[in-house]
Design a binder for this molecule. Structure first.
Ligand code: FEO
Ligand code: CA
Ligand code: CA
Length: 744
């Protein structure tokens, strides 16, 4: 979702911050910085077959890490056209649009507004986001090298509510009076599984495949792992706390080495209503927890779904969105006071079984999950997943399985999920000032996470997992500039995370630190913004190349900026070091969000933007990168000018010395695509041969106003053919006209 300063909370939830903890920015943890040489040497001790995620540490050749690859396309210029622009020699085709049917019984969309709400259980949802391609082999089972046929599995994060209905949503005195409108909005969320087929160089989405499936916020799911059945999940729907309905606000994604999809619940908390007096009905601990997750008293909940009036008191279709204490029970089995605890998880889906029940993996912790990215998969070693919590000043986490990887599990689907995802340890990251870092375990009874904790009285391990943010506060995790996507470089095992932006950085809530070191002035049109409004990308390498180890070293791969930032800033807040990474017109960007490594072309990384800062100059974009490696740059001192100190109005200059990667060039970072008006670029996957790149264009035209709609016009009409076509979030497929691999 976008992060525009003027948006309200419901429209722009990632702009919210609910982290009032007083964490120190860094702790002095002993962690030896290892030379590249000793690192490679240490890693050589882990022998074993590596699959899907790449080798533990690959082809350790030269220091550049990417000598054998070069980008082969001409950079696309920035621009504000309502069009999708790709390099010369490439073709982008629309594959799967909001409203497209996934079965033969559902008619073609009637320009969205003419479709029924219930039909969206069998149509593409809105706001396409994280996505994976699962190759379909001849036997109809998972084959990662399959290239002509596969399952695209993607998230539908949210909706552009105004554009789903003829004249926008109908709300009378705060009540949603048209049930079908709400049904459409609910069904437009969730996940799609859709079979795609290549014929020649052209791709199409099947409307008859038996694999096709929509998972929505109404699809029944199992709570799985250590917190399943706990008191936190008891509702009128599931008195024993083992089930819930659906998944919501699914942002980025992940895949597992056993061929399943992971969908990640991000800004779920804003969908729930809580009455204006609910705090008085709750314990102090409950109120602390609800506030830490942004489920605040007095919220009407996104789109006011709970306001729909039904006649049957046992029909909880809409009342399930009201998280207030209404019933008289002590345990919550007569209302939905606990329902929000069943969201905020990583959900495992078996895309190869259209009737399978998704499982929420509670061992991986509850927060605002952006996505989930698997580390190198090595026989005899744990499976590791990295995950960020996307709000300002939140944390980076990892999960390490108890079970050690057995390659025989690669074909076992969710049965393997039960083995690797339901028992493990959860950690949170501290980025130390000296370029070292540490993973701190989040478990009941260790690291101060006890009933005596002043921040929150933890009762047991389920409590720690349900309230992972609070546990991370206790151990002093490092507050980051909104962790979005991550990725693991298959060439060298380095982990990258985008930190998309943080308008609060530099304030007392988020003091500068070497891992989040920039505070500056950015202009957008006539507006002025301060903080870290363009974001950066951090990377780290675990000690000895072992992703289950407790230590790592880090540097900052890239600072996003407009290329002319330093020359343009001629006022008192002038800095010569906003564009620290040396960006040019061919590769400057703002708000990196999506980040993904190609499997087929190891070392090729993609970066997608979801921006609200540089949109006076350009629509959002996709860039191809050939990143070097940790330590290929050096120390840089960022001179931050006039940083506010407290509420007194005093400002001081703050120098931050940090480790920064080698400057990029147009040879190592280049713009590949610019999207239509109002969109973000997100979700990315490739066919098994790397010759087709699938990308999601989310919410084109999302800034359309009610007045424009009334006049029958839109900010964008992409990908439609006429001026009255409503804009539609879509999956596109990009191929090279000569049939070659993408970008290289
Ligand atoms: Fe849904 Fe963090 O973007
Ligand atoms: Ca600007
Ligand atoms: Ca995102």
């Amino acid at each position: 979702m976008n992060d525009r300063p003027a948006h309200d909370l419901a429209a722009n939830p990632e702009d919210a911050s609910f982290n009032d903890s007083r964490n120190e920015s860094f702790a002095n943890v002993l962690s030896m910085r290892m030379s590249r040489r000793s690192l490679l040497k240490g890693a050589a001790g882990f022998a074993g077959s590596a699959i899907f995620g790449g080798s533990l540490l690959g082809c350790g050749n030269s220091d550049s890490g990417n000598d054998d690859l070069s980008l082969s396309f001409t950079a696309v210029p920035k621009g504000l056209a309502d069009a999708l622009i790709v390099p010369a020699g490439y073709t982008a085709s629309v594959l799967y649009r909001l409203g497209d049917p996934i079965n033969a019984a559902t008619p073609e969309s009637a320009n969205i507004a003419g479709d029924t709400g219930s039909s969206y259980a069998f149509r593409a949802g809105d706001h396409h986001d994280g996505m994976s391609f699962f190759g379909l082999g001849a036997s109809g089972t998972f084959d990662q090298n399959a290239s002509d046929r596969g399952l695209l599995v993607m998230n539908h994060e949210n909706i552009t509510q105004l554009l789903l209905h003829t004249a926008g949503p109908t709300v009378v005195n705060g009540v949603r009076t048209i049930r079908d409108e709400v049904d459409k909005e609910v069904n437009c969320h969730g996940v799609s599984v859709v079979e795609v087929v290549r014929t020649g160089n052209a791709w199409s989405a099947s409307r008859t495949s038996t694999f096709n499936r929509r998972i929505t916020p109404s699809t029944e799911m199992l709570m799985s792992g250590p917190a399943a059945g706990s008191r936190f999940f008891r509702t009128k729907f599931s008195p024993d706390g083992t089930r819930t309905r659906g998944t919501i606000n699914n942002c980025a994604n992940g895949y597992t080495p056993w061929g399943t999809y992971l969908t990640c619940e991000e800004n779920w908390s804003f969908y729930f209503r809580r009455s204006a007096t609910d705090n008085a009905a709750r314990t102090a601990a409950e109120v602390t927890a609800l506030n830490r997750y942004g489920i605040t008293q007095g919220s009407s909940g996104n789109y006011a779904w709970s306001s729909v009036v039904v006649t049957d008191p046992n029909d909880t279709t809409y009342s399930r969105w009201n998280a207030s204490k209404i019933g008289a029970s002590a345990d919550g089995t007569d209302d939905f006071r606990n329902v929000a605890n069943t969201y905020g998880w990583i959900v495992e889906i078996d895309p190869f079984s259209a009737t399978s029940t998704p499982k929420k993996r509670t061992g991986m912790g509850r927060f605002f999950h952006e996505g989930s990215w698997v580390g190198p998969v090595v026989a005899g070693r744990p499976i590791v997943f990295y995950s960020g919590c996307d709000s300002r000043n939140e944390y980076v986490y990892k999960y390490v399985s108890t079970a050690l990887w057995d390659p025989a599990d690669a074909t076992r689907g969710v049965v393997a999920g039960d083995k690797y995802l339901d028992a493990g340890k959860l950690y949170v990251a501290k980025f130390n000032a000296d370029g070292s870092g540490s993973w701190v375990e989040l478990a009941f009874g260790v690291n101060g996470i006890t009933s005596a904790s002043a921040a929150y009285p933890f009762a047991d391990q389920a409590d720690v997992l349900v309230h992972a943010r609070l546990a991370a506060d206790v151990v002093g995790a490092t507050k980051m500039d909104r962790p979005e996507w991550g990725g693991v470089n298959p060439k060298n095992g380095e982990v990258y995370f985008t930190l998309t932006n943080n308008s609060q950085r530099g304030s007392t809530a988020a003091p500068l630190d070497p891992a989040n070191p920039r505070y500056y002035t950015d202009t957008r049109g006539t507006a002025t913004q301060r903080g870290n409004n363009n974001g950066h990308i951090i990377r780290f390498l675990p000690t000895n190349g072992d992703h289950s180890s407790a230590g790592f070293t880090w540097d900052i791969y890239l600072f996003a900026a407009q290329a002319t930032a330093d020359a343009a800033a001629a006022d008192a807040d002038y800095q010569a070091n906003v564009n620290v990474s040396g960006l040019t017109a061919a590769n400057d960007l703002s708000s990196p969000d999506g980040l993904w490594f190609s499997r087929v072309t190891p070392g090729l990384m993609w970066v997608e933007t979801d921006d609200g800062a540089y949109t006076d100059v350009t629509n959002c974009m996709l860039l191809a990168a050939l990143p070097g490696q940790l330590g290929d740059g050096g120390n840089v001192t960022i001179a931050n000018k006039s940083v506010p100190q407290g509420t007194g109005g005093a400002t001081v200059d703050v120098n931050m010395t940090t480790k920064v990667g080698k400057k990029v060039t147009e040879a190592t970072l280049r713009r590949f695509l610019v999207g239509p008006k109002g969109c973000e670029i997100t979700g990315i996957a490739e066919s098994g041969d790397g010759k087709a790149l699938f990308v999601n264009i989310q919410h084109p035209g999302e800034n359309t106003t009610a007045a424009q709609l009334a006049a029958g016009t839109f900010e964008s009409t992409w990908p439609g053919a006429t001026a009255t076509s409503r804009p539609r979030s879509s999956t596109i497929v990009i191929t090279r006209n000569d049939g070659g691999k993408i970008a290289v």
